[in-house]
Design a binder for this molecule. Structure first.
Ligand code: ATP
Length: 613
């Protein structure tokens, strides 16, 4: 990057870039770094970044022109802090909603800023005239003073700050905070469920983006010698979004590349081809084509091309090589063979179970009292009394729609019970949120996989382990992941436990279904819960995958308290000590697997009266 920044002013003029365009590219590139952390890394699309760009720029320009504050760079930093503070306040409001509503709130708030800058605050901002006379910076060296007052010297000044901005951003995205931001982008529900306070992390990304915008706004005033009021317009926010999409979101360099394309085309179409106002029409077509054909932008397209060129060529299998053909087996024979194979395979030792457990190990770990959940007129769970002792392995069965998943959702505080209480390790957790409950040591694996699909297997497990090792929120923005004590061991241990060590570097999308199910359990395990709930861990698996999963559950169940829901009763009865049967939202019966197998009421519940008849 340093080499590129040094070479750019020598090469780009030959390609038709003017010195002032090159400087503008750097300001937009810096503005875009923060936006990319917010949009590309956290998945929050804001159309209101102009509010912070304008705020930072106006505060710095006001200090330098009206107040006559003598220190240019300090003024820019004060503008940055002002933009970050404004970002914090706006984020508190905007982040109450997600998706399109979040985007619309940011648009509305930016429009408010535009209005305030133009009318009530025009005495400070110059209204529609902006603030002229912003001075250029100087660098006193003792024996001489460097003046950054020409295009080329300003380039050096801007390139230096772009470099610093990029180094800081790279540290942030490679820190534990960066890892959690990516997890939130991929699956906010699961990021919260493994124990991260996603609201605080989103707010962090929002403030970082606002600070970058404010800093870039300050530099804009310096670069132009004038702080323009149009920094606050919707056009500014829109241009930033489009430049990031053109260059490639989630790359940090994308906005710089996008700004290069945008500003070059703007100059070329308007100045060289004399298209006047129609240049935006051409730019619009270019934007649509680029986004349609390069879905990850220019940088994404280049990295795809690179991967294609460097992909190893598959060598054809020579005769005699490859798998040895086995004689045809029946399904039962194959299942037996698999069972033997897995039984003899080495198994990782179970994780140190329930490290959070303290106090009375013989007593109850979980107690639900008269737990009820109504959806309008439908009663999904009705006055359920349920308790589990430390170290117990409990199964829950029941016909479809009996209310098993609803019951789990209430236990992990994903949904609030209509009435009743839940006690976990002697503490009333009724009405708490899923993040806090996970931090206390109660978590679950989901019936339908909830993975971080754009991350690798190792990164997935790391996200869950981070929540346990760092707590639900921590601002270690510049810390390296590898520096977190115990993280590597915990991730490796979990990977070994769910038998995914050799798949660790694969993206989740490339895993087979059975491997995804094991990773689903691995995510719950990585946060070292003292009570682990498993919602249909065997659902949808092939016979081989089932045998493997049962083996895995047996190994992780040693010394751990678990509650398992599943429809595969043969496997479930092998795994648990007691079984609770739910029917129509109520507890039908509870007992050992042997008692449940022979229970007439259970048979009737499943066969709908056929046995009784
Ligand atoms: P399965 O074995 O098929 O997963 P289950 O025993 O887990 O079923 P639940 O998913 O808990 O059953 O559903 C219990 C009842 O509550 C069902 O009748 C279901 O339609 C209803 N239900 C679940 N979630 C909601 C919701 N969000 N809104 C309305 N009704 C719901």
């Amino acid at each position: 990057m340093a080499a590129g920044l040094i070479a750019a002013p020598f090469i780009l003029p030959y390609l038709g870039f003017t010195p002032s365009t090159i400087n503008r590219i750097l300001v937009w590139g810096l503005f875009g770094i923060g936006f990319d952390i917010l949009f590309g890394f956290t998945g929050l699309l804001s159309f209101g970044q102009s509010a912070f760009f304008g705020t930072g720029g106006m505060v710095a320009a006001y200090l330098l022109t009206i107040v006559n504050f003598p220190y240019v760079v300090t003024a820019v930093f004060i503008g940055t802090i002002a933009a970050a503070l404004v970002g914090y306040l706006v984020g508190l409001i905007a982040l109450r909603r997600t998706g399109i509503y979040f985007a619309m709130i940011t648009v509305a708030i930016a429009e408010v800023f535009y209005f305030v800058e133009f009318s009530p605050l025009s005495a400070y901002t110059g209204g529609e005239n902006g603030l002229p006379g912003v001075p250029t910076p100087t660098l006193p060296l003792g024996f001489t003073t460097i003046q950054f007052n020409s295009d080329s010297s300003l380039y050096a000044f801007l390139a230096f700050w772009y470099f610093v901005g990029m180094v800081l951003a790279l540290r942030i995205v490679r820190s534990p905070v960066g890892a959690v931001l990516r997890a939130i982008r991929d699956n906010p529900l699961r990021a919260a469920a493994v124990g991260h306070n996603i609201h605080s992390y989103k707010l962090t990304a929002f403030v970082i983006a606002a600070a970058y915008a404010g800093f870039a706004g300050g530099l804009l005033g310096i670069m132009q010698g004038f702080m323009p009021p149009d920094a606050f317009t919707f056009d500014t926010s829109g241009q930033l979004v489009m430049q990031t999409a053109i260059g490639g979101a989630g790359t940090l360099f994308g906005p710089l590349v996008g700004a290069t394309v945008w500003l070059y085309l703007s100059d070329f179409l308007q100045t060289t081809l004399h298209l006047g106002a129609t240049w935006k029409l051409v730019l619009g077509v270019v934007f649509v084509l680029l986004v349609c054909f390069l879905r990850r932008g220019l940088i994404g397209g280049m990295s795809n091309l690179y991967a294609l060129v460097t992909r190893p060529v598959a060598t054809p299998i020579k005769p005699g090589q490859g798998a040895v053909p086995t004689p045809a087996m029946t399904v039962e024979e194959e299942q037996k063979a698999i069972a033997v194979e897995i039984a003899t395979a080495p198994v990782a030792a179970p994780m140190p179970a329930a490290h959070r457990q303290n106090g009375d190990f013989s007593g109850l770990i979980l107690e639900a009292m008269a737990l009820t959940k109504r959806y309008g007129g439908l009663v999904a769970n009705s006055a359920i009394d349920f308790s589990v002792r430390h170290g117990e392995r409990r199964g829950i069965i029941g016909p479809n729609g009996a209310g098993k998943t609803t019951f789990f959702k209430m236990l992990t505080c994903e949904i609030e019970p209509t009435s009743g209480r839940i006690m976990f390790e002697g503490r009333d957790i009724t009405g708490m949120n899923v993040t806090d409950v996970c931090q206390l040591g109660l978590t679950k694996s989901y019936q339908v996989n909830q993975l971080f699909t754009r991350l690798t297997v190792r990164e997935n497990v790391t996200i869950a382990a981070l929540a346990e090792l760092r707590g639900k929120f921590r601002l270690d923005l510049f810390r390296r992941l590898l520096k977190i004590p115990g993280l590597t061991e915990q991730v490796e241990h979990t990977l070994a436990l769910v038998n995914l060590t050799d798949r660790a570097e694969r993206p989740v999308a490339a895993l087979a279904y059975g491997e995804k199910r094991r990773l689903e359990v691995g995510l719950a395990l990585a946060s070292s819960p003292s009570l682990l709930l498993l919602d249909e861990p065997l659902a949808g698996m092939s016979p081989r995958e089932r045998v493997e999963m049962v083996k895995l559950l047996k190994s992780i169940g040693q010394g751990r308290t678990m509650i398992i829901i599943d429809h595969d009763m043969d496997s479930l009865f092998e795994l648990v000590e007691r079984v609770t049967v739910l029917q129509e939202g109520r507890v039908l019966v509870e007992g050992t697997p042997e008692e449940i197998k022979g229970n007439k009421a259970v048979q009737e519940a499943y066969l709908g009266g056929v046995v009784a008849a």
